[in-house]
Design a protein around this ligand. Structure first.
Ligand code: HDE
Length: 703
């Protein structure tokens, strides 16, 4: 029902329909449409004889199977996607002439793909990593792709370094270890020689790199882009996605456990949320900087290792994206979707960010090897909903049947068609930026403050977030086997924050080098660089930014949160029903976990069906735990090692736990110091539990 409604609203869904196949109530056929009468046996010379080469049905089937795989993405291989729509709140015509940003009546279909970066297609969702946040807007003026991440900065400043960076973070080349992890020598060797990565390192060592859900993370365009209005006036823009459920993460221990219990955790979460009508929602935000203000910042707007603090330029929320439909086929849609920062529409343009400039080459190029043909734009998920007419022809797997005798322009034989579009006809024209420069290999001197914003990020974190960040660095650098790399990292960290460096040094059993060896001479050209190109720090306009800490995020809803009820035979029915109804009303989801599957006998009534057994379930897959009373039930749970583990883990991971009556005995048996610990509710109305779940975590319990 929900799907039908979403489809009706969406031009993209209409376009996909004729390409969508459904075998229900249909005969099995070959790819040529021939009905098959035996799909169990190959054609043989006698029942015990050799198979015959003439079996074209067998050969077609096996040939197709042999070629089922395509190369996975070189980065961002692991991902999950969804369809939805975007709608702007009010016209942004002061800034841009892009139709989807100026017409509040328009619902623009979108396809979004979330991803991790380093791991292979089959790797865990819960790796410590950046998350990709790529949005394809199927606008009426062509496809616009906003190919961003859940972190607003990047490791490097220039595309020239990208292959080196990716080689360093991917599994090491000699033994292909480790999978989907940055905790290894080559990654930290590279980072320790690239001080420009320090701001990004703060983000990826923070809990942002282990999100609770794709639905609970921010997105960023990273680079500064440009908006251009109908009068041709340009301004700079940074794009933000703000999730309406707030920004939340799991703990590192949880992430590691989830990787074993459910490596598809984020993918499943996205899928289930959409299937259950809990549509993920994000607001699009923009930070606008007028051209005349370009140089009024202590950093360069073209430097992708810098943010514009929200306290300096506020984020204006301009519209909402809702994801309301799961793809029908993972390969056809999520795997074959092809994003490209160069998919632009009139009213939006690039800047000279040297990382962005390199990306403009890479994404088209990579689709050619990944999808195998310049006709990848004809794959249904990639097709624009606006008409496509040009003189590009032929190539592997061409689907369009172009009519007419001309495939060149200008022509008279085809009456000059297809013809160019002027600005009034929504033709794209590049922003006429004035460029008068020497051809150089180099970076602007404004790019060399590598530490101030790293320090700003660290300083803006809550105590718990700082602790997690330190622990992450201790974990990662602890996996490094070369002391020199650790020392170089301590040197760099000490330039971000002395306490941070000291805490990491202590865990590594090392001292912070007094005079950190500056790795800069490894990153400048062989001919050396003058003083202003040495790393230095520049005072920032703010000391602290509230927006950088997840502690300040929205904590007012339990919508789609997963709550485990631990129950056994003899549980008090009333205590289940009352709590369950209250939670469901608030939008949470409830699962009954019992020592056995099937019916759990209750104190009264016919009992309850268990959703999962304690053997199959795991606390890390839930946001909160409730233990209803009932002497027999709580006695059983107290004797059950998995029940005790469930409870003690939920406690250690700082989740809300509520008990009723003698449910408290289970806490005690699990070693949970229940008395008045934050987030532990020994009695009280369901409302108190709901408020506690909305808090996400009670980090103060960590100490
Ligand atoms: Fe990408 N990136 N990237 N990247 N990137 C790819 O394109 C590349 C960068 C991002 O779900 C590839 O189709 C270069 C920044 C996302 O399909 C490839 C550079 C940001 C995705 C590529 C960068 C991103 C990709 C691999 C530095 C955040 C997944 C497969 C110059 C703003 C899109 C593909 C999806 C994917 C190249 C840096 C985001 C190889 C050369 C910065 C979300 O073309």
């Amino acid at each position: 029902m929900a799907r039908k409604k979403a489809e009706q609203l969406n031009k993209k869904a209409e376009q996909l329909a004729p390409h969508t196949e459904d075998g229900a109530d249909q005969f099995l056929t070959t790819n040529q449409g021939l009905r098959i009468n035996d799909n169990q046996n190959s054609l043989k010379a006698g029942e015990r004889g050799p198979s015959l080469l003439e079996d074209f049905i067998l050969r077609e089937k096996i040939t197709h199977f042999d070629h089922e795989r395509i190369p996975e993405r070189i980065v961002h291989a692991r991902g999950a996607g969804a369809y939805g729509y975007f709608q702007v709140y009010e016209s942004l015509s002061d800034y841009t002439r892009a139709g989807f940003l100026t017409d509040p009546a328009r619902r623009t279909p979108v396809f979004v793909r979330f991803s991790t970066v380093a791991g292979s297609r089959g790797s865990t969702d819960l790796a410590r990593d950046v998350r990709g946040f790529a949005v394809k807007f199927y606008t009426e003026e062509g496809n616009y792709d906003l190919v961003g991440n859940n972190v607003p900065v990047f490791f490097i400043q220039d595309a020239m370094k990208f292959p080196d960076f990716v080689h360093a973070v991917k599994p090491e080349p000699h033994n292909e270890i480790p999978q989907a992890a940055s905790a290894h020598d080559t990654f930290w060797d590279f980072i320790s020689l690239a001080p420009e990565s320090m701001h990004m390192i703060m983000w990826v060592m923070s809990d942002r790199a282990i999100p609770r859900s794709y639905r609970m993370m921010e997105g960023f365009g990273v680079h500064t882009f440009r908006l251009i209005n109908a009068a041709g006036k340009g301004c700079f823009v940074k794009f933000h996605w703000k999730p309406l459920l707030g920004v939340h993460s799991v703990t590192w221990e949880e992430a590691q456990l989830i990787s074993g219990k459910d490596p598809d955790f984020h993918r499943r979460d996205l899928w289930n949320a959409i299937e259950s009508g809990n549509y993920p929602e994000y607001e699009l935000g923009i930070q606008i900087v007028q051209e005349e203000d370009e140089h009024n910042f202590p950093f360069d707007l073209l430097d992708p290792t810098k943010i514009i603090p929200e306290e300096v330029v506020p984020v204006k929320r301009i519209g909402k994206m809702v994801l309301n439909r799961n793809p029908d086929n993972f390969f056809a849609e999520t795997e074959q979707v092809a994003f490209h920062p160069g998919h632009l529409v009139p009213g939006i343009d690039f800047t000279n960010d040297p990382l962005l400039q390199g990306r403009l080459f890479s994404y088209l190029d990579t689709q050619l090897s990944r999808l195998g043909s310049p006709n990848f734009h004809e794959i249904p998920v990639n097709r624009a909903i606006s008409p496509v007419h040009n003189n590009q022809r032929d190539g592997h797997m061409r689907q369009t049947i172009n009519r007419g005798g001309t495939s060149y322009e200008p022509n008279t034989l085809g009456a000059g068609c297809p013809f160019q579009a002027g600005t009034a006809d929504r033709g794209f024209s590049s922003y006429a930026e004035k460029i008068d420069a020497h051809k150089v290999r180099g970076r602007s001197s404004g790019f060399f403050d590598h530490f101030s914003q790293a320090a700003l990020f660290y300083y803006s974190q809550s105590e718990a977030e700082k602790r997690h960040l330190i622990n992450a660095l201790c974990f990662e650098l602890g996996k490094v086997t070369i002391t020199d790399i650790r020392l170089r990292m301590l040197g760099l960290l000490s330039q971000v924050n002395k306490d941070l460096a000291a805490a990491v040094a202590e865990a590594l059993g090392l001292a912070v080098p007094a005079q950190p060896e500056h790795p800069v001479n490894r990153i400048i050209p062989a001919d050396g660089a003058p003083e202003q190109f040495q790393p230095h720090t520049v005072e920032q306009p703010v000391e602290k930014s509230e927006a950088l800490s997840m502690a300040n995020t929205i904590k007012d809803t339990v919508r789609s949160r997963q709550v485990a009820f631990l129950v056994a035979d003899g549980v008090l029915s009333m205590e289940i029903t009352e709590m369950k109804e209250a939670l469901l009303r608030a939008g949470a989801q409830v699962e009954l976990i019992a020592p056995h599957l099937g019916t759990v006998k209750a104190s009264t009534g016919s009992g309850f069906e268990a959703d999962e057994s304690l053997l199959g379930a795991a606390s890390v897959l839930f946001d909160a735990v409730y233990i209803p009373g009932g002497t027999d039930s709580t006695n059983t749970l107290q004797q059950h090692p998995e029940a005790l583990r469930f409870v003690s883990e939920a406690y250690r991971h700082c989740k809300a736990i509520a008990v009723s009556g003698d449910g408290a005995a289970v806490l005690k048996a699990a070693g949970v110091p229940a008395a008045e610990a934050p987030g532990i509710l020994l009695s009280g109305p369901p409302k108190a539990f709901i408020t506690a779940i909305a808090q996400h975590r009670f980090w103060e319990r960590e100490r």
